[in-house]
Write a protein that binds this ligand. Structure first.
Ligand SMILES: Cc1ncc(COP(=O)(O)O)c(C=O)c1O
Length: 400
């Protein structure tokens, strides 16, 4: 009954965990969720006010499908000060969330069987998005020794005549690792040899950095020559804590952006006029808030890292940006909890949720079994309580 396209949609195993967490909460259990990919702090007051003002002033109608000229200009200014790159309004398309910007970019780039290089661990949606564009996700597994980042050698090995694009994000969801300028330089050197390959740079977390820098290094810093085939993705969701406002954008070569805008105009239509007005103000006046956010996240991270020292069976990889902890829990495989053998990180996640009321996302979701992703966009007290419960489970595991 369903189309082949619909059959490509994989039901996420996390959905089970999320549904289960809700069920347990409804039964009155004190569930701590470390699954969410969103900030726990409110949208900054300047954007909230701008949203309310937009409603009151009747900014409640369709806008151009590619977004208002005012917001596109604000995005251009922001991108100029962040990346030091110049763009025109024709090279910016505002979309209903950054997820749709990536989705639409793949739709307008891929022909059937074109390959898109993605490296694992990857953000959960990338492979399916490529498949829905009739492309083939070419997954390159990355290793701990490379901080779970793709090396220039691995990238080069995986480029062939079918390669249409290389899609990556830095800081990474799920690891929080950031590509250095040197690594980007090597990657750029490979990409410069392959002019057919487009680059989709997902910058969703690039303002959330713990080393005091304003943003993560960028491929265009080291190779501005790639600009004519790079699509930069960003949005309001993470740094501006505006996940529910659903505003993202794609910036890049006019021809691709025009097609992406046309694709959006025939599918979602224009993004919310109210949200666009609110994001515009965020882009212009939330710099101090972002600084404070980074300090808060850094403190939360330090507390979580300290707490995890009490679980030497796990290896926690300290992130440089975003708000996720990537934890190697492979040492629990083959152990038992009350007679039940643990075969995977999913098994661990299930017991952790059902018996200890802590929800996490197993590594299988990101293409890397043996790991867990934990969001630390949560109050430190709750995070510490959650890690304590994880320790209780680990302490109760037996070898037979
Ligand atoms: C890596 C990455 N890219 C893109 C997005 C999409 O963000 P949104 O659609 O909320 O703007 C997310 C959200 O979780 C993400 O983690």
């Amino acid at each position: 009954m369903l189309s082949r396209r619909a059959q490509k949609l994989k039901t996420s195993p996390t959905l089970f965990l999320v549904a289960k967490a809700k069920e347990l909460q409804a039964q009155g259990h004190d569930v701590i969720s470390l699954t969410v990919g969103e900030p726990d702090w409110p949208t900054y007051p300047c954007s909230v006010e701008a949203g309310i003002t937009a409603i009151k002033n009747g900014i409640t109608k369709y806008t151009p499908a590619q977004g208002t000229i005012e917001l596109r200009k604000a995005i251009i200014q922001r991108t100029k000060s962040d990346l030091n790159q110049d763009y025109t309004v024709q090279e910016v398309a505002v979309t209903s969330g950054a997820k749709f910007a990536i989705f639409a970019a793949l739709q307008v780039l891929c022909d059937p069987d074109d390959e898109v290089i993605i490296h694992s661990p990857y953000w959960v949606s990338y492979p399916t998005m490529v498949e829905l564009a009739d492309g083939i996700p070419r997954i390159v597994t990355c290793h701990e020794k490379d901080s779970f980042k793709i090396t220039a050698e691995a990238l080069e090995k995986n480029i062939n005549e079918k390669t249409k694009a290389f899609l990556f994000c830095s800081p990474s969801n799920p690891t929080g690792f950031v590509y250095t300028k040197e690594e980007l330089q090597k990657i750029a050197t490979v990409l410069l040899k392959h002019p057919r390959v487009h680059i989709i740079s997902d910058d969703m977390y690039h303002r959330l950095m713990f080393d005091g820098s304003v943003r993560a290094p960028h491929i265009l810093d080291v190779a501005p020559e790639l600009k004519s085939r790079t699509i930069v993705i960003n949005g309001g969701s993470k740094a501006y804590s505006m996940t529910g406002w659903r505003i993202g954008w794609a910036i890049g070569p006019q021809k691709i952006i025009q097609a992406l805008g046309d694709y959006a105009s025939q599918s979602t239509g224009a993004p919310s006029s109210i949200s666009q007005a609110a994001v515009l103000v965020a882009l212009q006046s939330a710099e101090n808030e972002i600084k404070e956010t980074n300090i808060t996240l850094k403190n939360r991270l330090a507390a979580a890292m300290r707490e995890f020292k009490s679980i030497p069976q796990f290896k926690v990889f300290e992130p440089q940006g975003a708000f996720y902890l990537w934890v190697d829990i492979s040492s629990v495989n083959g152990k038992y909890y009350q007679g039940q053998k643990l075969e995977s990180s999913q098994d661990f996640g299930k017991i952790l949720l059902e018996k200890f009321f802590v929800a996490t996302v197993p590594g299988e979701e990101f293409g890397n079994p043996g790991f867990l992703r934990l969001s630390f966009a949560i109050e430190t007290k709750r995070m510490i309580e959650a890690i304590g419960r994880i320790k209780s489970l680990v302490d109760q595991l037996t070898i037979g």
